[in-house]
Design a protein around this ligand. Structure first.
Ligand code: KG4
Ligand code: ZN
Length: 343
């Protein structure tokens, strides 16, 4: 029997970092449920994600989250056409919990299993609320672990034009936030205090990578912030937290916008999307939207709840994998450093 192409119901599971999530998605774009159990409060105590604690918490929550996703959708496992799960990249112990859960369900219910790349999920979050969006488009993926400029040539077909050489954008937000006493997670806190600060108060460097026009490097910028803080402290100068936050955020945004617009020109793209946790930053969004408008390029972004880790995005990506016939065996394993486009 040939697989169906429409009314495809997918149960998706995501546990790559500090969110235990499950969702039911129909035909990749119709989200029937999206349950997210966040561990942020727990990890805040330690100033960052503690992998061992994350794995343990995932184990505690996973069954409950899956049951909730099914019940919110008003469906049962028997209604599902496939079970999808993030199998990389991410924390190995955390990924394993979702992968084991998905495999157990697929085996017990004799359902096809589809392993999904976490970044492919982030990119696919754009399909959910932008029903008209289809490849080809350019996508800037900015999360805690990744900063990628990706040319989405077709569903599941990606060309990575550039990526970070060191820290990811979100990681830089988190580290700078810690340095100026804002705590974890840094991104939303820096964004909030930046509204009270002057983005031009401190001229932090806008790092460019000489031999990679689309590559990023945020570790130098983070060091520049730390040096500024040390210097000011030694000289007994007052440190204005909001100005440091706003100036840092301004430097990150300038680099992201610059590289993205250069790629749009070079590759003649007419659609541009953003994805990942940092994509929920309103100031970044506005800057990108404005830059796209000037070029007559259509700008797409997911809602904040679909930018940070969730399983609906995994269900969206899985549908297009399902259509291409991708199926995984029960030997599917977690791959902590899985590269985009690898099978
Ligand atoms: O995509 P995500 O939930 O997890 C990963 O796959 O990494 O991204 C989390 C990252 C964290 O570094 C967090 O600080 C950052 O996204 N983030 C933000 C904002 N909200 C979350 N960064 C800047 N501004 C925000 N509003
Ligand atoms: Zn993520």
């Amino acid at each position: 029997m040939e697989d169906k192409k429409t009314n495809v119901k997918i149960l998706a599971i995501e546990s790559s970092c500090d969110e235990t999530a499950a969702a039911v998605v129909v035909d990749g774009r119709d989200v029937r449920s999206n349950v997210i159990s966040s561990q942020i409060a727990l990890h805040t105590l330690y100033g960052g994600v503690v992998p061992e604690i994350a794995s343990r918490k995932h184990i505690e929550k996973i069954n409950q989250v899956v049951e909730q996703a099914l019940s919110d959708a008003g469906m049962t496992l028997d209604d599902m056409d496939a079970i999808a799960v993030t199998y990389g990249p991410g924390l190995v112990g955390a990924l394993l919990v979702g992968v084991a859960e998905a495999k157990a369900i697929a085996y017990a219910k004799k359902k096809p299993l589809i392993g999904v790349h976490h970044i492919e999920g982030h990119i696919s979050a754009n399909y959910i609320e932008n029903k008209e969006l289809k490849p080809p488009f350019l996508c800037l993926v900015v999360s805690g672990g990744h900063t990628h400029l990706v040319r989405v040539q077709d569903y599941g077909v990606y060309e990575i034009l550039g990526k970070t050489r060191d820290d990811a954008a979100g990681e830089a937000f988190d580290k700078v936030a810690r340095a100026i006493g804002l705590g974890y997670p840094g991104g939303p806190k820096i964004e909030k205090v930046s509204h009270q600060g002057d983005p031009l108060a401190i001229p932090f460097p806008k790092p460019k990578v000489a031999d990679g026009p689309y590559d990023f490097s945020f570790s130098g910028l983070k060091s520049a912030v730390l040096n500024y803080l040390n210097g000011a402290q030694m000289k007994g100068e007052e440190i204005v937290q909001a100005d440091v936050a706003a100036s840092f955020q301004h430097a990150v945004i300038e680099v992201l916008v610059h590289n993205a617009m250069r790629a749009i020109d070079e590759y003649g793209m007419d659609k541009f999307a953003i994805a990942g946790g940092v994509a929920s930053n309103q100031t970044l969004r506005q800057a990108l939207e404005e830059a796209c408008k000037q070029k007559g390029v259509a700008f797409y972004h997911p809602s904040p709840i679909l930018c940070t880790d969730n399983a609906a995005m995994i269900g969206a990506a899985a549908y297009y994998e399902y259509l291409t016939g991708k199926r995984d065996g029960l030997d599917l394993n977690a791959v902590p450093n899985l590269k985009l486009g690898e099978r």
